[in-house]
Structure formats: C-alpha cells, structure tokens
Design a protein around this ligand. Structure first.
Ligand code: PT1
Length: 284
C-alpha cells in the first residue's frame, strides 16, 4: 500500500517508522516546558532525526487527559517557527499535531506534510477539505469524548469493534470530502477516552485493524497505561514504552509515535531483524 503526503510517496509495509514527538507546549505531560523556545525545539528535532526518526510530530496543544484548550493564534505562535526551522534544516517528514484547520493550513504552508488529527471524533469537514486540497497525509485517530473529560466517561461494549466501525464510518466521510485513501493513516488513540482494559484490548488486537488496508500509527510512549500496569512515574516509563512499541510493531504498527527516539530505534531494529530472519527461514 502507498502513503501519499504532499510530494512524498512511501510504500508499506516497510521497516517500522519512528515518529519523534516534538511538543512545543508549556504543559506537556512528559517534556512540557523544556522546548518552549523555537530554536531549542528545532535542535531537538534535528537530534531525533539523527537518531533515526523519519517523521517529526510538532504539537502546540497538549491533548493529554485533562489538558486545557489553546487558542488558534497561540498554537500558531508555538508551532509555526519550529516547522519553518525544521523544514529548512531537516529531511524528515514533518507532521503537525493539531485539531484546527487554520493551524494545519499554515503548518502545511511552512513545510508540514502530514496532519495528525486527534480530534476526528468531531465535525471535520473543513480540515478534510484542506487535506484534500493540499494532498497532505492525514492521521485519523480515535478518541471518545474530549481531552478535558475523556477519562471520566470512557465506556464501550466492545472497544475493538467500536473503534473499527468508527474508522469505517470516518473513512467514508473523508473520501466524500475528496481525500484519497492513500493519504490516510489510522491510530486507535491509546489513552484517549480509554481505561486500561480498553488500551490493552486495542494493543492486543492491533493486527485486526490491518484489514482496513491503511498504515497504523501507535502512540503509547510514557502514557498512564504503563503507569497503571507498573506503578512507574512518567519519568521512569521508558522500559515499558519500549516493550509496548515492540509489541505494537509485531502486531503490525507501521509508525510508532515516541518521545525516546534513539532507544526506540534500537529496540525496533532488533524486532525488525528478527522478523526478517523468521521470514527468510524455511521454518516459517
Ligand atoms: C497518539 C497521540 C497523539 N497522543 C497520535 N497523536 C498524544 N496520532 C498526542 C496518558 O494516558 O497516541 N496518537 N498526540 C498524547 N496524548 C496522551 C493521551 C498523553 C493519554 C498521555 C496520556 O497518560
């Protein structure tokens, strides 16, 4: 299958890609406040590229549970200088983590080629028309509720089936807005209106989403699911994050959205080499 994102075309399946997280927010749950200066953020992005990230995901609005909304002007002020700096100095794909069409448009003008939309549960026609017009890649992520309250209300009969039906319905709407399927990636949205059991079921069954025929993005880096299982504080969740990334890759995730790029690249290299060795061996 092909992923088309502005002038980029990528063929999948390929070795799992790492999407490095570049938060430009004063309040992000792990690295919040460390990269508020655009220049420092660009430097961090370049280090992630050197470490093997193939996508850099720039975000100016935290969407972790309980986070407060940010105005469009403030979000632009945070992300646009970073996207401009990165597109001048790096060769990675740049995605913009935003729910706002106005931010996405200006980010694409500055060199972003993927819109990472965690708000796909809401009214999306403006954003989809923009994606159709620009030919950008589009990450369609599942979320139940809104970040302010999503963890209090999480409720499913059967989470895997419900998320799959959400994707099917949204893919129809997206196509009706003029977006080509080739532009779309899917993400089950770990931690977005989901309790531990829901996150576990989605990751355990991630391979089932392959049937939809689009690349899968998985983001669980340092999330509370790892804390729920281990008691580890955010700063101590790297081992769990690596294990989760390896699991997701073996289950068919194509893009891993992570904070810790060098560590994840190394872990995935081992998984990928072993997967290749198994395919090459006559023992299947
Ligand atoms: C994600 C994601 C994202 N996650 C995509 N974009 C966040 N495509 C931001 C917690 O439980 O998974 N996929 N953009 C960050 N969101 C959260 C959610 C952070 C939950 C932390 C938690 O700790």
């Amino acid at each position: 299958m092909i992923l088309s994102a502005c002038h980029h075309r990528l063929e999948f399946p390929r070795r799992p890609m790492v999407m490095g997280i570049l938060n430009v927010t004063p309040d992000s749950f792990f690295d919040g406040g460390r990269f508020t200066l655009a220049e420092q953020a660009v430097e961090h992005g370049l280090r992630m590229e050197d470490a093997g990230a193939e996508v850099i995901d720039v975000g100016g609005e935290s969407t972790r549970p309980g986070a407060a909304p940010v105005s469009e002007a403030e979000e632009c002020r945070r992300v646009l200088p970073v996207i401009a700096g990165l597109s001048a100095r790096s060769r990675t794909l740049i995605s913009v983590d935003t729910r706002k069409p106005g931010v996405a448009r200006r980010a694409i003008d500055m060199g972003a080629c993927i819109v990472n939309d965690v708000g796909a549960a809401g009214e999306r026609s403006d954003l989809w028309r923009l994606v159709a017009e620009t030919g950008a890649g589009y990450v369609l992520m599942h979320m139940q509720g809104i970040p302010e309250t999503m963890q209090q209300t999480a409720c499913y009969e059967e989470v895997v089936g419900e998320v799959k039906r959400f994707f099917e319905a949204r893919l129809e709407g997206i196509r009706a807005a003029g977006v080509r399927l080739e532009q779309v990636l899917l993400d089950v949205g770990i931690g977005f209106g989901k309790r531990l059991e829901h996150n576990l079921q989605l990751l355990a069954c991630l391979g089932e989403f392959k049937i939809l025929g689009r690349p899968l993005v998985a983001g669980l880096s340092r999330k509370s699911m790892i804390g729920d299982l281990t008691g580890a504080a955010v700063a101590d969740r790297l081992p769990g994050s690596l294990a989760g990334a390896c699991w997701a890759a073996l289950e068919g995730a194509d893009v891993l959205r992570v904070h810790d790029v060098p560590e994840t690249v190394q872990a995935l290299r081992i998984v990928d080499s072993l997967s290749q060795a198994r395919r090459a061996s006559s023992r299947g």
